[in-house]
Design a protein around this ligand. Structure first.
Ligand code: IVH
Length: 665
């Protein structure tokens, strides 16, 4: 018997949704927007409601989505973590109110509590007798993954509830996320280190929580907001609003009250939706809508749930702000590390108040997946409200002549064949004297956080190299006034300023210099560590694999990259030239001493001044850290210490007194 068209479509939808579920939940790499996903899901639900000959046994409508991945211990939730029915229009808010009243057989108004729908990763924190004992991801809704080791590194999450008389059990549900400004900073740092960047804050947060090594989570700016209850014992609640108030008293981060609303007037909820949609670009973090909950917990119980979502709550989402524009060209940029990045040049278009003219297409796989071609009309949006992104092609508008785009296998700058490493997503130009690579390296060398030559801009560097005034970093310090005066549009005054800013950069720190050299994977933080460890450039240049391995924060990938640079003859020559020209500030830190190789942090009031304590530690070869993490060896505790002690205990960091430290000397 022939398959009905509905059945065929149903099978296709099941396959598609399973596929996108896995991409989203298991691999943190969604390929379609939430909006597109929700449309597919709605189509599936509509089909299932209309036809009864469909096979529902493996339908995603029966589950929340996302298999728990295997690297973590799987733990069943005491109460399932549900998902929310959602919609994209204000009419649906009114319909939700109607449904609730009808189900409760109520004519009188029902009170709602509405708040932001945070666009992060849902998380369950389990507190037993006030102590954080476990953190679980949602997983498939029934079974989550134990990610306690990573969640404990989130500074705003209390390891102990603030309460003299904590409940026997409290399961706190909420969202782990990364603020927009932190996300941008973090991506910039990865970009500088030649590492892959994240598409948006949500992916970055989800990717971080799923790391096996808690050091990675500790180094990333994760935040948490609590908004719902799981199981609880030894405490009671009457309303949804009260839940957030009690959470807040316990020291758990919750959304500011101004960002929520309580009302029994559906129209007020609609107004709140409109207000938040306007506010959205100004918020510090990503949201994708609002969540409306019946405020009374007894009524929530009466309402219960259907399939995958509670009847007492719904999400009203915002449509992502998108626009359409034409791709005029795809150009290949050569980065400092030789990475060839395709960039779409587009007809300028406004999205969310900002004009977009170009967007990175990342790599060939990404171009193939979206099948983006020159001449295509595309939908663009700003990922995480910030980074321009090509979402999809409008196939109806594809010109007949448009051909699939292939990144050329040669470097567009020097013409040498580019290579793609085993673990690399991008092609790289490996020619050490490629002009574009040199230009980008010099731009990095002079940048603010590196050598900080304020008056030497990108344009000038391109001219210097195109006109053969310099070949590398050291050439900058040999530039003559006459050479610069010969350049177009350079007057006496601006030339003096340029030379002054080059001159001023000679006085620098070893950390800045190591960072400026642009060794792959050596960002600012790593450069500081290296400078702290080696103290002089000579020590650094003659280091060995064995010595690099003694620095706890330096992994095999970074260490291999450093060694590769150090054994390169022209790198050696350049560093030798530069070290003659530069003057490094003396480091107060000694690398030798009884505390060498150990890290310390002070908390509370010590018998000596804080500064003195720090000096003693550094003089004896110890290293100071800025926060409690698994990297910390010793927490030195004085009078009235704060929450650092709890955190240290939970991470098995040794806790000592100032006297204990003096004994170590
Ligand atoms: S309440 C029964 N409140 O949305 C659901 N969820 O689609 C109880 N979410 O997995 C959840 N912000 O990750 C609730 N203010 C908020 C939320 C919120 C975001 C997420 C949550 C959940 C998903 C449901």
């Amino acid at each position: 018997m022939a398959e009905s068209p509905q059945k065929k479509r149903h099978t296709e939808l099941k396959r598609l949704i399973h596929h996108h579920n896995e991409l989203y939940h298991t691999h943190d790499k969604p390929e379609i927007s939430d909006y597109e996903y929700d449309r597919l899901f709605q189509e599936l639900l509509d089909l299932e409601a209309k036809y009864d000959h469909l096979d529902l046994t493996d339908s995603p409508s029966k589950r929340v989505g996302g298999e728990a991945i295997s690297a973590f211990q799987k733990v069943a939730h005491r109460k399932p973590m549900l998902s929310l029915a959602n919609s994209y229009s204000t009419d649906d808010i009114l319909e939700f109110d109607q449904r609730v009243k009808k189900f409760l057989r109520k004519d009188a108004p029902v009170e709602y509590f509405a708040e932001l729908k945070l666009d992060g990763l849902s998380m369950e924190l389990i507190y037993e007798n006030g102590k954080l004992v476990r953190a679980l991801t949602r997983g498939d809704g029934t079974v989550g993954e134990d990610v306690t080791h990573n969640v404990k590194t989130i500074k705003s999450i209390p390891l102990k509830l603030k309460s003299k008389n904590p409940p026997d059990l409290l399961e706190v549900r909420g969202e782990v996320l990364i603020f927009k400004k932190d996300f941008i900073k973090m991506n910039e740092a990865y970009e500088e280190q030649g590492e892959d960047t994240f598409a948006n804050p949500r992916n970055a947060a989800a990717g971080t929580v799923r790391q096996l090594d808690p050091k990675i989570a500790a180094s990333r700016p994760l935040k948490f907001f609590a908004y719902a209850l799981g199981e609880y014992q030894g405490i009671s609640f009457d309303t949804q609003k009260e839940i957030t108030e009690v959470f807040s008293q316990f020291g758990l981060p919750t959304l500011e009250e101004e960002l929520t609303v309580k009302s029994d007037e559906p129209d007020e909820i609609v107004n709140y939706y409109k207000k938040i949609e306007k506010l959205r670009p100004k918020l510090e973090f990503d949201i994708d809508g609002i969540v409306i909950k019946v405020n009374s917990l007894p009524l929530q119980d009466d309402l219960g749930l259907v399939a995958r979502s509670p009847r007492w709550a719904t999400a009203a989402k915002f449509k992502p702000e998108q626009a359409q524009t034409v791709i005029e060209n795809i150009v290949i940029q050569v980065g400092r590390t030789g990475a060839l990045t395709p960039v779409a040049i587009m007809n300028p278009v406004k999205v969310g108040g900002v004009t977009i003219t170009h967007a990175t297409l990342h790599n060939q796989d990404e171009i193939d997946r979206k099948d983006v071609r020159i001449g295509d009309t595309v939908f663009v949006q700003r990922a995480g409200d910030v980074i321009p992104e090509v979402v999809a092609v409008n196939h109806d508008k594809r010109p007949k002549s448009a051909k699939p785009f292939k990144i050329p296998l040669e470097c567009p700058s020097c013409g040498e064949k580019a290579h793609r490493g085993e673990e690399d997503a991008v092609l790289r130009c490996e020619n050490p004297v490629c002009k574009s690579k040199i230009k980008e390296s010099v731009k990095h060398f002079v940048s603010r956080r590196a050598m900080n030559m304020e008056k030497v801009g990108d344009r000038l560097i391109e001219i210097f190299i195109d006109q053969h005034l310099i070949e590398g970093f050291s050439g900058l310090y040999k530039l003559k006034k006459e050479q610069l005066l010969n350049l177009e549009r350079q007057g006496e005054k601006s030339v003096d300023n340029i030379l002054k800013s080059i001159e001023a950069s000679r006085k620098t720190t070893l950390a800045r210099f190591i960072y400026a050299l642009g060794i792959r994977f050596v960002g600012e933080q790593t450069a500081k560590l290296l400078a702290d460890h080696y103290v002089t450039i000579e020590n650094f240049m003659k280091t060995s694999q064995e010595e690099l391995e003694t620095i706890p924060e330096i992994g095999p990938k970074v260490s291999a990259s450093i060694l590769e640079s150090l054994k390169n003859k022209s790198f050696q020559k350049e560093v030798a030239k530069l070290s003659e020209m530069l003057e490094f500030e003396k480091s107060s830190r000694s690398t030798e001493g009884p505390l060498s190789g150990k890290s310390f942090l002070v908390t509370g009031t010590l018998p000596v001044k804080r500064d003195e304590a720090h000096e003693v530690i550094e003089k004896n070869g110890g290293k100071l850290l800025s926060g409690v993490s698994s990297k910390l060896n010793y927490l030195i505790v004085g009078d009235d210490p704060g929450s650092k002690v709890d955190k240290a205990q939970s991470l098995d960091v040794k806790i000592i007194s100032w006297d204990d430290l003096l004994k170590m000397l």
